[in-house]
Design a protein around this ligand. Structure first.
Ligand SMILES: [Zn+2]
Length: 443
């Protein structure tokens, strides 16, 4: 719709809304109706994505724009230019996160924050993080062009080093330890040096920290990274929350012995038990109703020789679901089965809890409702779904209401140069983000 047409139809709609009610109601109703026809520029957001994909482009057609690399720095410079072009006030906080801010019309209101990240995994794709970050800038630019001033300030954010462990959003919502700062990122730089490289100051991280009540809410648009929306031909995923992760280091102890002289009935083969365990984990997780997942992702047999029966196996067990209690039950069932498997050939299983567990992080019901209403108004189909992958949104959920919007990933492929979302789905997602932000602003 052209701007002139939009203004006329909005005026007509507002005219039709003159009914009984308070002046405040009327203002709110008029504002809502005036905003209904707003749409982002689909061609522009897709052109910006194509431009960003040049920074760190790899021969496979994706990007290797790992945090703190030259490509990351250059991609960030491009993003900051886009923000300036949109007339946002651009700054880099002490944690190295980029902010593009626009004031609101009503004094005293806390900002609506939305954005994502633009760093990638090595040999990553062009959509993970990029869609949500450039989409956030597109939303702001659309509002500015159309002369729409929100009541709340708008803070568009690009979190630094999402792929390395959500470092930017972690620093913005929690204390960062010296040990974390000393960790080495994929770029080869420590987190501390990386923050400096991006223009932050690791000695003043506290200044970037936001606390409960500092934000009105947070939205993040992201590609699904799984194949559910694509397979079911749905437009938008309304994220229920980001799943809890529980991990164990599992050791299977048997008896190493001569592979030529030990009869089959006399063996305590740890790898045989581990193989049965891998199968059992898959069977139990599949047979339980729900959307939980369980994986044995790493396995190693010792001593690992061609002519020795494995005496010990070390492997991992990872389980994910929104419901931590369910993970507990699943874990208990898997352990009971492991014990049964061990008894079959005189081996034993031990489970050691890991330090890399994450609690589930639920989205806010009101934010979900905004995303659902925005999708419906745009004529888009939706599905309520968990996020199996981690996102900066899980850190922001610690300090305020969080909402996440998913768009389909073709074939469910992500963290790969083959990652792809269609220009139409991207346009849809950014329009849903726009109207979710506007709904939160009116609420
Ligand atoms: Zn991401």
């Amino acid at each position: 719709m052209k701007r002139r047409t939009f203004v006329r139809s909005a005026t007509l709609a507002a005219g039709g809304a003159v009914v009984a009610g308070t002046a405040g109601d009327l203002v709110a109703t008029t504002r809502a109706q005036a905003q209904t026809g707003l749409r982002i520029n689909g061609a522009r957001i897709n052109a910006h994505l194509a431009e960003l994909s040049k920074f760190g482009r790899n021969p496979q057609g994706g990007v290797s724009r790992v945090a703190y690399s030259d490509a990351d720095r250059d991609g960030r410079a491009y993003l900051m230019q886009l923000m300036r072009d949109a007339t946002l006030a651009v700054s880099v906080d002490t944690a190295g996160n980029i902010w593009g801010k626009r004031p609101g019309s009503q004094a005293g209101l806390k900002p609506i924050v939305f954005g994502s990240h633009i760093d990638s995994v090595p040999e990553g794709g062009n959509y993970d993080g990029d869609v949500g970050t450039l989409g956030a800038v597109e939303v702001a630019q659309t509002l500015i062009e159309q002369g729409v001033t929100t009541r709340h300030p708008l803070d568009i954010v690009c979190w630094q080093n999402e792929e390395g462990g959500l470092y930017g959003s972690h620093a913005a919502t929690d204390a960062v330890t010296a040990q974390e700062l000393a960790g080495v990122s994929v770029s080869g730089k420590t987190i501390r040096d990386g923050i400096r490289f991006l223009g932050g100051d690791p000695t003043r991280l506290e200044e970037s920290r936001r606390r409960t009540g500092d934000v009105t809410c947070y939205f993040e648009l992201h590609i699904e990274q799984g194949g559910i929306l694509d397979k079911e031909h749905l437009d938008i995923g309304i994220v229920e929350g980001i799943v809890a992760i529980t991990r164990f280091d599992v050791t299977v102890a048997g008896l190493a012995n001569h592979a030529g002289t030990t009869a089959m009935g006399d063996r305590h083969d740890a790898l045989l038990s581990a193989s049965r365990f891998v199968e059992a984990v898959n069977r139990i997780a599949t047979a339980t109703p729900g959307r939980q997942v369980a994986t044995v992702g790493r396995i190693q047999a010792f001593p690992g020789a061609v002519n020795v029966i494995p005496g010990r196996v070390e492997c991992t067990l990872e389980m994910r679901d929104l419901d931590a209690e369910k993970i507990k039950r699943l874990g208990a069932e898997i352990r009971a089965e492991a014990e049964r498997i061990g008894k079959q050939n005189g081996t034993t299983f031990t489970f050691q809890g890991s330090s890399t567990d994450h609690v589930a992080s639920l989205s806010d019901p009101a934010m979900r409702a905004h995303v659902a209403a925005a999708s419906k108004a745009l004529g888009l189909s939706t599905k309520l779904m968990p996020s199996g992958a981690g996102h900066d949104a899980q850190n922001m959920a610690r300090i305020g209401p969080m909402g996440m919007i998913f768009i389909p990933s073709v074939g469910g492929i992500s963290h790969s140069p083959k990652e792809f979302s269609t220009p139409k789905d991207i346009e849809n997602g950014v329009n849903v983000l726009l109207h979710s932000v506007l709904a939160a602003d009116r609420a």
